[in-house]
Design a binder for this molecule. Structure first.
Ligand SMILES: Nc1nc2c(ncn2[C@@H]2O[C@H](COP(=O)(O)O[C@H]3[C@@H](O)[C@H](n4cnc5c(=O)[nH]c(N)nc54)O[C@@H]3COP(=O)(O)O)[C@@H](O)[C@H]2O)c(=O)[nH]1
Length: 803
């Protein structure tokens, strides 16, 4: 099977031409051979006619001469007188005159009376009486006969006086001279042969063939017909014969053979054939050359196109196809070029879609991962350094959800621009998804990485403007260095992520990964699995921390705080498991449990004549729970607790998860009469004007502010927060009050309630009841005026009794 097109074209053209030429050659050869044979046949037929004509002429001439001789008066007288010598003399004279080779006088009884060649055989019977009989009937007879091993043309005529008195036979020998003459006239080989009775073989009487006449005698068939067309010999010796039979008696025969060599006749045609063969060879060579040229002409550009297609297949789209022709192949090359350009463009687009973030046009997670893998491989090989920074935007969800995705997209693009402007071309900045960005820094030391983190945080401190509105979004960055924080990409990313989480939790801006974070996280993970058993295993407790009225001077409410008494670990801080419960959604179970305990306890205290408002912490996830209001209604009903005795503390970030939905849930709870408080106020970024739109009753200033009130700026913030809260009609509570000075200051600032270790740590319900029995905060406040000097801020405050 020929696989290459070029070879196939060449083989096809050459084979086609070879077949055509061979067929032509065979046809021409066959036609030549037929023509030659037909020509020989016709030559032989013509020769036969000429031969017959010559014999006829000879016979006529002899007959004429014999008649003249028979009419000779002297001869007739000599015959009549029986004068033997005169007869012989007359026969010899007349025979010599007409150049007869044999002259005989035959008596009426068929005896030879006189014989010019065998005078001593007189009186014998004439060998050819049938000729005498024929001459008697027809007035003359003629025949070719063999006499003494030689062929003669015999003519017999009567000697009339006036009736026949004798017969004159005149013979003309047919020898090599005669056949040569015949050959000259006919251009044929002429032979006379006799088949003898004695040995049943052909014997040559006369021939133009010379010694090779013997071969003819050997090959001639035994008994030819009247005229036979026959071939003898093979190959170049092939001879076409025409056998003319003169006499045949039994196995004895006398024939004349006219023959022509087939090879000679074919020779002229052979020359034509040789010319044809030479032309065939030349045209074959030209065709091979032509076929090779055509095949190359067709296959060379195809080979080029194949190579171009292979390059495209291998992803090399840079080299255009270089075939420039005006034919179909040229058109194919153009199409291939268009295809190459189309594929290249689409590939670019696919790569862009696969490796680029559509919104910011930064590399996406896949490309970042890829580059990180390469950088790690390079670092393994060369010992280069690399670091991964993971950054998550603070408050992005709020921007996105409350102001719309258009604004969110604008923020992400602006952050991407700021990062790109800060970093080097060689650094990889990627958006991994949502508000999560990652940065890969190569060949830099750890101090430089820290500087970069700080520069990024500074860059984000400037508000992002959207339609002239400033938007505050900060960032939390986690850093992991190769190889100390991970030798592969997933480890590095994971550890940078953990560090980012720590940074977010600590509100510290950035954090470099530390192994202790991991232990901490492992710890949290196992806590997470264990907390599921905590509810059923009765390991959870609710502690209550008093909220003291600064004007009344008595405990007005308590905050329910969850405690986990782990059977093995001992006390586990809610700060360690609440965030994870929030992440996994298990917080719903915990909140439900705390709500039930708190509402039941509140109802019980109320029944016991101690109506205390109980505050319960509600996480962001809880606010997304549509069933929360119904659950609360059920629990309040079940434990006979008025809604006004239940306060729900929600952190600012709580309603920023889904502001619209949170707003609806809060409105529903507010309608029920449940008191709503904004917890940890000041740690988030919500403005008071935003808070004013929420159906809340209370504002709880975060303890981080209360703790630092010795700082005049912080004190001013606390004071103005209290004033602004009041102006919005909100009750203001300060948490984290750890000493009397703080308490005094808060009272001076007009804060409504205070909560903190100074009054009491969170206590189990029973202990709280016990504490209340003895606590100064269980009796109405004795209000007295205090001078400004008594307060750190030197303003007039209300001094509590017993404080
Ligand atoms: N969603 C829920 N969150 C809850 C629940 N129970 C607690 N929490 C949250 O866990 C965080 C840690 O709480 P905890 O360790 O109980 O700390 C509380 C107080 O003990 C602490 N506090 C009170 N006074 C002082 C003080 O004077 N100094 C000081 N260093 N700490 C003090 O403050 C925490 C109460 O804070 P807050 O809730 O913001 O009023 C904490 O965030 C809890 O909210 C729960 O059931 N569900």
């Amino acid at each position: 099977m020929i696989r290459r097109l070029r070879t196939r074209i060449i083989v096809f053209v050459v084979a086609l031409l070879a077949v055509v030429q061979v067929v032509a050659y065979v046809v021409v050869s066959s036609a030549n051979s037929t023509n030659a044979r037909e020509k020989i046949d016709s030559e032989l037929a013509v020769g036969e006619r000429v031969f017959a004509r010559l014999l006829d002429q000879n016979r006529e001439r002899l007959a004429q001469a014999a008649r003249v001789m028979a009419a000779d008066y002297a001869l007739r007288g000599a015959i009549a007188s029986g004068d033997q010598d005169t007869v012989v003399s007359a026969l010899t004279n007349h025979g010599g005159r007409i150049k007869a080779d044999m002259t005989l006088l035959v008596s009426l009884d068929h005896r030879v009376v006189a014989d010019t060649i065998a005078s001593n055989e007189r009186g014998r019977l004439f060998e050819f009486p049938q000729l005498v009989d024929q001459a008697a009937r027809e007035g003359g007879a003629s025949s070719i006969e063999v006499v003494n091993g030689r062929a003669y043309q015999l003519v017999v005529v009567p000697v009339l006086a006036p009736t026949p008195m004798a017969w004159i036979a005149v013979g003309f020998v047919i020898d090599d001279n005669v056949v040569s003459e015949l050959q000259q006239l006919t251009s044929l080989q002429v032979s006379f042969l006799e088949r003898r009775d004695a040995d049943h073989q052909w014997g040559v009487l006369a021939s133009t063939l010379g010694p090779s006449a013997v071969d003819l005698a050997h090959q001639l068939p035994a008994l030819p017909g009247a005229t036979l067309v026959h071939s003898i010999g093979v190959g170049e010796n092939e001879q076409q014969l025409r056998v003319i039979t003169f006499d045949r008696h039994g196995d004895r025969a006398l024939v004349a053979v006219l023959q022509r060599s087939v090879a000679t006749a074919v020779a002229a045609f052979d020359r034509l054939q040789q010319t044809l063969a030479a032309l065939g060879i030349v045209s074959m060579l030209l065709s091979i050359g032509g076929a090779v040229a055509i095949a190359m002409n067709i296959t060379r550009p195809i080979t080029q196109l194949t190579k171009a297609a292979a390059r495209i297949h291998d992803g090399d789209y840079s080299n255009p196809v270089s075939v420039t022709r005006a034919d179909e192949i040229g058109a194919l090359a153009k199409t291939l070029n268009h295809m190459r350009e189309g594929i290249a463009e689409r590939q670019q687009e696919i790569l862009r879609l696969a490796y680029r973030d559509q919104l910011t046009d930064l590399p996406n997670r896949a490309l970042f991962h890829d580059r990180l893998e390469h950088a790690i491989l390079n670092a393994h090989r060369t010992g280069a350094t690399l670091s991964v920074l993971m950054m998550d935007l603070d408050r992005f969800k709020y921007v996105n959800d409350s102001l719309g995705h258009g604004v969110g997209d604008h923020v992400l693009r602006e952050v991407a621009n700021r990062l790109s402007a800060l970093l080097r071309q060689v650094d990889t900045i990627a958006r991994l998804g949502g508000d999560e960005f990652a940065i890969l820094l190569e060949n830099v030391d750890e101090r430089y990485v820290t500087k970069v983190a700080l520069k990024i945080l500074q860059a984000l401190e400037h508000p992002i403007r959207y339609e002239d509105q400033p938007l505050d979004v900060g960032g939390s960055i986690g850093i992991a260095h190769f190889p100390e924080h991970g030798e592969n990409s997933s480890k590095l990313l994971r550890n940078a992520d953990i560090a980012m989480y720590v940074a977010k939790r600590n509100k510290g801006g950035y954090a470099v990964y530390d192994a202790s974070y991991d232990t901490h996280q492992q710890e949290h993970l196992s806590l997470l699995s264990e907390i599921r058993q905590a509810v059923e295993g009765h390991q959870l407790r609710v502690y209550y921390q008093p909220k003291v009225g600064l004007l009344s001077g008595v405990v007005e409410g308590v905050e329910a705080l969850l405690r986990w008494e782990h059977p093995r670990r001992g006390f586990v801080s809610p700060g360690d498991f609440i965030p994870f419960a929030e992440h996994t959604g298990y917080i719903k179970v915990l909140t439900r449990w705390v709500l039930e305990q708190a509402i039941r306890q509140c109802g019980q205290w109320r029944s016991n004549g101690m109506p205390l408002q109980v505050s319960v912490n509600i996480s962001a996830r809880d606010l997304l729970n549509r069933e929360l209001p119904d659950l609360i209604v059920q629990l309040l009903d079940r434990y006979g607790t008025p809604a006004s005795l239940l306060c729900l503390e929600i952190t600012e970030s709580g309603f920023m998860e889904d502001p619209a939905h949170s707003q609806r849930v809060l409105e529903r709870l507010h309608e029920l009469g449940v008191v709503l408080s904004i917890d940890d106020y000041g740690t988030g970024y919500s403005s008071l004007s935003y808070v004013a739109r929420l159906p809340v009753d209370e504002l709880k200033i975060d303890r981080s502010f209360v703790k630092q009130m010795s700082d005049s700026t912080t004190a001013t913030i606390v004071r103005s927060t209290i004033e602004l809260g009041h102006s919005l009609g909100l009750k203001v509570v300060a948490e984290g009050v750890e000493d009397e000075a703080d308490l005094r200051t808060l009272r001076v600032y007009g804060c409504d309630q205070a909560q903190g270790y100074f009054m009491s740590r969170p206590l189990p319900a029973k202990e709280l009841e016990e504490w209340l029995k003895h606590s100064p905060w269980s009796r109405p406040a004795r209000v007295r005026e205090v001078s400004l000097e008594e307060t750190s801020s030197k303003v007039t405050v209300l001094k509590l009794r017993g404080a």
